[in-house]
Design a protein around this ligand. Structure first.
Ligand code: HEC
Ligand code: HEC
Ligand code: HEC
Ligand code: HEC
Ligand code: HEC
Ligand code: HEC
Ligand code: HEC
Ligand code: HEC
Ligand code: HEC
Length: 271
């Protein structure tokens, strides 16, 4: 009788569903001889017969999914480690990873610090992880390993940042711009008010939302960077404005009393 040690891995979302042969193949693997460094994260079941048995999992056993890097699952340790000494690698990072993955230097004009420096394993586990994409931490926690969370959390959080994570707006590897923003950024979730107004305010139409809004958080309402006239006089010269009769008595009145920040039915974008 042959004894197989099977590491079963269950997706949280499909705990009570049947594991199909296909995803079973992906989700689990046989490991003979090599000690698994995370044995305590898996349930070990000794089967006495076939290696292709489909296993129905009890919904009470909630175990997070484990993603296994293909070369590790296939026992190809030497595709990364020196064949004589496990502690040495056949190439340093990032060249090691670029042996099989696209070279980000060719994809992006501007590379994120740790990608440029070849610290792929500061975010990815080279062997396996419970988090998709072999990540070492989930969501924004990954980013807060190196970036100050306090700098990005003044008062009201952009609800999206609160619940989801940074990569909705930032590409973790790089982009054409300095802040590695994904294409579209704000406009992937908000519209640029073209449909709402006949006349759209210059910076809004241009998609420069962050000239008035903080992308991450703010201690002001509506994630605004500034309040009162300061929000507008940042771009519009108050001295020029005051030359207009219409502005004779606007001393302490918010510009928003008369104008709309995003647009209007008139070229002066009145409320
Ligand atoms: C895709 C490349 C890659 C493959 C394949 C790979 N490793 Fe690794 N391994 C690494 C890297 C890179 C590190 C260093 C991790 C770090 O910097 O945190 C590492 C670290 C290790 C360590 C040190 C302890 C630890 O877990 O961090 C051991 C032991 C190890 N690997 C064993 C193996 C074995 C055994 C296999 C084959 C079953 C294997 N590795 C396959 C890239 C790989
Ligand atoms: C700052 C953290 C971070 C660093 C450093 C990093 N990655 Fe990633 N990587 C991510 C995240 C987050 C994802 C998931 C992206 C998504 O879901 O859109 C990802 C996804 C991936 C993927 C799968 C999806 C894809 O884009 O092809 C590969 C392959 C990958 N990274 C390789 C690398 C390599 C190679 C390096 C080093 C040159 C590296 N990563 C450095 C965070 C990082
Ligand atoms: C020997 C080839 C090989 C090497 C070297 C290699 N990978 Fe992979 N990697 C693969 C294969 C194969 C896949 C699965 C197919 C795919 O997604 O491209 C994969 C998938 C991934 C994924 C996506 C996992 C997911 O959840 O979909 C990430 C992230 C990743 N590798 C990171 C790395 C990093 C970081 C390194 C360097 C430490 C590295 N790889 C080195 C072969 C390799
Ligand atoms: C391993 C450390 C590390 C991790 C993890 C990390 N970063 Fe970075 N990040 C850096 C470094 C280093 C720089 C370059 C800083 C510089 O050049 O001033 C940088 C720069 C940036 C910049 C550009 C800042 C600027 O001033 O131009 C953004 C945006 C950014 N990271 C976002 C992220 C996001 C989003 C995540 C999570 C997916 C993340 N970072 C995870 C280290 C990290
Ligand atoms: C809603 C889109 C969005 C999300 C989500 C987002 N960012 Fe940003 N981030 C931006 C934009 C846009 C910039 C460019 C500077 C600006 O206009 O605020 C930026 C700039 C940055 C910078 C460089 C400038 C600075 O403020 O230090 C860092 C670092 C950064 N983001 C990290 C993060 C991290 C970490 C997260 C997750 C907690 C995150 N971002 C989530 C849109 C976003
Ligand atoms: C991944 C989706 C997503 C992206 C990308 C995104 N937002 Fe949001 N944003 C939301 C959600 C969800 C809300 C909360 C619901 C609502 O008010 O529409 C929100 C709310 C807001 C609010 C109102 C906040 C408040 O306190 O009432 C502002 C302002 C805002 N976003 C600006 C931006 C800016 C500027 C960008 C680009 C840097 C951006 N958003 C990108 C999803 C997103
Ligand atoms: C000239 C400054 C300015 C610019 C540029 C700007 N906003 Fe606003 N935004 C405001 C002000 C002020 C408010 C507060 C509500 C109000 O009085 O209209 C606001 C409110 C919001 C709100 C919450 C209330 C609502 O109307 O749903 C969202 C979402 C929003 N802005 C998204 C955006 C997006 C997306 C962009 C870029 C396409 C953008 N804003 C560009 C000034 C601006
Ligand atoms: C980021 C810079 C910027 C900010 C901040 C800004 N504006 Fe503007 N504004 C512009 C630009 C650019 C135009 C278009 C100028 C043009 O077409 O002549 C414009 C046009 C206008 C117009 C129409 C002018 C005309 O002659 O048709 C009004 C009214 C206006 N803005 C009011 C405001 C108010 C009120 C605020 C504050 C809520 C504000 N602006 C904040 C850049 C800005
Ligand atoms: C009491 C209502 C009111 C307030 C408050 C107000 N405006 Fe106006 N604004 C007007 C009217 C009316 C016009 C049209 C003038 C015309 O027909 O020439 C105008 C025109 C403008 C114009 C285009 C013409 C020009 O003079 O450049 C801009 C830009 C502008 N306002 C910006 C602002 C800003 C910025 C503030 C706040 C500092 C502000 N307004 C406050 C009523 C107001």
């Amino acid at each position: 009788m042959v004894k197989y040690s099977i590491y079963i891995v269950i997706a949280i979302t499909s705990i009570s569903s049947c594991v199909t042969p296909d995803n079973y193949k992906y989700l689990s693997f046989f490991f003979d001889g090599v000690p698994d460094p995370s044995v305590n994260e898996n349930i070990e079941i000794n089967l006495t017969d076939s290696s292709t048995q489909i296993i129905q999992i009890d919904s009470s056993s909630i175990i997070p999914q484990v993603i296994i890097h293909i070369p590790y699952a296939e026992n190809e340790c030497n595709s990364c480690h020196d064949k004589n000494f496990l502690g040495a690698y056949i190439k340093p990072q990032p060249a090691l990873c670029y042996l099989c993955h696209e070279d980000f230097n060719e994809t992006y004009k501007s590379l994120h610090g740790p990608v440029q420096g070849g610290y792929c394993t500061s975010c990815h586990d080279p062997h396996k992880s419970k988090i998709s994409n072999l990540l070492v931490k989930e969501g924004k926690e990954l980013c807060f390993t190196c970036h100050e969370s306090s700098a990005l959390s003044l008062g009201n959080l952009h609800s999206d940042i609160g619940e989801n994570n940074c990569i909705d707006c930032h590409n973790p590897h790089g982009a054409v711009n300095n802040n590695y923003l994904v294409e579209g950024t704000c406009l992937n979730c908000h519209d640029n008010f073209n449909k709402n107004y006949k006349y759209v305010h210059g910076p809004v139409a241009a998609g420069y939302c962050n000239t008035c809004h903080d992308s991450h958080s703010s201690d002001k309402e509506n994630l605004l960077l500034r309040t009162g006239q300061d929000l507008c006089t940042n771009c519009h010269d108050i001295n020029i404005l005051l030359q207009n009769e219409a502005h004779e008595e606007i001393d302490n009145i918010s510009c928003l009393e008369c104008h709309n920040a995003h647009g209007g039915e008139d070229r002066f974008i009145f409320n």
